[in-house]
Design a protein around this ligand. Sequence first.
Ligand SMILES: NC(=O)c1ccc[n+]([C@@H]2O[C@H](COP(=O)([O-])OP(=O)(O)OC[C@H]3O[C@@H](n4cnc5c(N)ncnc54)[C@H](O)[C@@H]3O)[C@@H](O)[C@H]2O)c1
Length: 389
Amino acid sequence: MSKSILTAAQIGCGKFAHQQDLVNLSTHEKVNFKWVCDIDLEAAKSAAKDFNVPHYTDNFMDIVNDPEVDFIKIATSHEVHLPIVEAAAAAGKHIFCEKPMAMRDNEAFKIIRAVRKNGVKLCVDLNRRMSPAMQALKKKYQEHIAEPKHNPWQYVETVREPLPEETYHHMNIRIQDESSSYSLVHLNPLTGGGEIIGESVHWLDLACWFFAPAVPCEITAFGSSRLSHGIYLKFNNGASMTLDFSCTGTFDYPKEQFEVTAGAALFRCLHFVENCYYGMPDSGKETFALQSDPYPELGSGLDAYMEKYMKNVSGSTNAKIVEQTCPLIVDKGHKAMLNGFIDAILNDKPSPCDELAGFRSTFLAQKAIESIRLKQTIPLQIEDVTPCF
Ligand SMILES: NC(=O)c1ccc[n+]([C@@H]2O[C@H](COP(=O)([O-])OP(=O)(O)OC[C@H]3O[C@@H](n4cnc5c(N)ncnc54)[C@H](O)[C@@H]3O)[C@@H](O)[C@H]2O)c1
């Protein structure tokens, strides 16, 4: 593309858009932010005013029909992704779509067809893979696997050839969330699909990205597809991921923790603010800057994050108000995903999270729900997880 600045439009001006999209698009040096849209016209009008966007509408076709628009960002409820993507792709717009890309695999196939037929780029905001902490964790893991180094005191009781299972890698994901923050729209089967479709697509995608080129071959899930659940995902190289998602927790403690075990080492990510590595000589700790930090003077890492959180909320009667007025946001990769998508458009590079990744996370979420309903492990066929078109 010969341009250096892209004209963008936001469709959906709800809670997430206010925390991320409207801020990120209105401050991006390579974006001319031209439109905001919401079916609630007042929401669109107020977003336009607050973020200095010249045009607003309650009809996304106004944006689709504007020849100046290069890309759209979708942050609506989930059931309208398909019609918006189909219309935008037919008009030659590139598309940055919130997760989940689709609620079912048949919708995902139609989205893949629409973007490929019209030669536009699509990026799904399965952002965890783009967070600086996750990028660092994967790099450290890959370096260790390529050339394992152990501490001199490593416990070795007997010398023998490793058994096959001892060479398999595992990712353990612990999510504790405060469900009073969930809107009904996300739990409604028609507009959201519940927490496996709406949220756990993040961690299904993360595991696929982390263990690629291995692909999932088996999934077992239990609990509630709408709220708390567990998922065990097995890959065709023996690797596996366990997800433990509980909705009855508290925002007073970090939501996400990740542990990868591989080659007698452990790689730990604490809520995107601190990584720790164990079982290797160059172990230790890395810390990561927050996306939005009202108290940089308090330092970095998990303890500093907890101190900042408490400082932010103490004295308040509702943490939601604090979230809106004084945002303390860890870096889960949203800005890096937007940068990667813009770079992909401008320089004709692959999308940082393309339509196949969007399809796969939806497909796996769908199979997890099937596993819960059947109380059975579901085998995944290679042709289903790696469809060709
Ligand atoms: N990537 C992440 O980390 C992350 C985090 C939270 C939410 N999300 C996603 O962001 C999206 C929005 O979530 P939210 O919490 O902001 O929901 P929300 O209900 O607060 O906002 C959605 C908005 O979309 C509008 N809308 C619905 N249909 C529309 C249409 N046809 N045209 C224009 N506007 C329409 C609604 O009026 C509403 O204002 C969801 O896909 C959600 O899964 C992503």
